[in-house]
Design a protein around this ligand. Structure first.
Ligand SMILES: [Mg+2]
Length: 271
């Protein structure tokens, strides 16, 4: 009987500790794991090209929103709405990632301390676009896989940067045991016509959850007409489902396994 109780306790502990909002491929990654992210973070923080891509995305968003409203290209029995992811879409968390390289340690997958500081800055173009959408009477929903317990800090950060409609009804965070964002998108779609979606991760759009790395790429090809039309994608080379898909979404792989999978997925030529 005691053994059974211990077993149940162990299963519960495993279940709850693995229920993190961001995947955790390596439990205690070595400093080298962080070092490999140096170029991605350098690019994200310093390249004018990165900044330009954010402006480009939000400029296209504004053009499309104008067209949709002018031509009334939405279900007029519903309210028009836009849906945005938060991290690396509206807010810039790159200082959090840079800190691991500078300090050589830390837990890349426990974001809570950083979130609680509520000091992430807005990404280029985000605020101008959001204020414009707000001025046009469009409802803005922030759908993020931050956890519900991080809601207060998340709203505080959005308010700190001046993001409109940053309130509990418009900031929809991940619920316990919820996977992906589809449930929350469907909830919004009951009363609103979602005319545009913005994200740095394909999971910010419908149809990508649970796909393999090659499946994700094939689906992007199939949906090519939607990008720049209904779906606006931003660049995030620092982390994301694109990386987790390479590890088959298997959590807690060893650093050796991860290094091998990274190299195996490089496409080279025979010199
Ligand atoms: Mg994101």
């Amino acid at each position: 009987m005691k053994k059974l109780l211990w077993f149940i306790l162990a299963v519960f502990t495993l279940f709850y500790t693995s229920n993190v909002s961001y995947a955790q491929p390596v439990k205690n990654p070595p400093a080298e794991a962080y070092e490999q992210n140096t170029m991605s973070i350098l690019w994200f923080q310093n390249a004018g090209e990165a900044k330009a891509l954010y402006y480009q995305g939000y400029n296209i968003g504004k053009l499309r929103l104008d067209e949709i409203l002018r031509k009334k290209q939405y279900n007029r029995s519903l309210k028009p709405a836009i849906v945005l992811d938060i991290d690396e879409t509206v807010l810039d968390n790159s200082p959090y990632h840079a800190s691991f390289i500078i300090n050589g340690n830390g837990n890349r997958f426990d974001w809570s301390k950083w979130f609680n500081r509520a000091e992430a800055r807005a990404l280029p173009g985000a605020l101008d676009f959001l204020r414009y959408a707000d001025s046009k009477g469009v409802e803005i929903f922030y759908i993020s896989n931050r956890q519900e317990k991080q809601k207060e800090a998340t709203i505080k950060n959005l308010k700190n940067v001046g993001a409109p409609q940053a309130n509990p009804d418009h900031v929809l965070l991940q619920q316990k045991n919820e996977k992906g964002k589809e449930t929350r998108r469907n909830h919004v779609a009951k009363t609103h016509d979602i005319v545009l979606l913005f994200g740095d991760n394909l999971g910010d759009f419908s149809g990508f959850d649970g796909l393999t790395d090659t499946g994700r790429v094939k689906t992007v090809d199939k949906m090519k007409e939607e990008f720049g039309k209904k779906l606006i994608v931003f660049p995030n080379p620092m982390y994301g489902d694109w990386e987790e898909a390479i590890y088959d979404f298997e959590q807690k792989k060893s650093w050796e396994e991860i290094t091998k999978l990274r190299k195996d997925h490089l496409k080279s030529y025979e010199p």
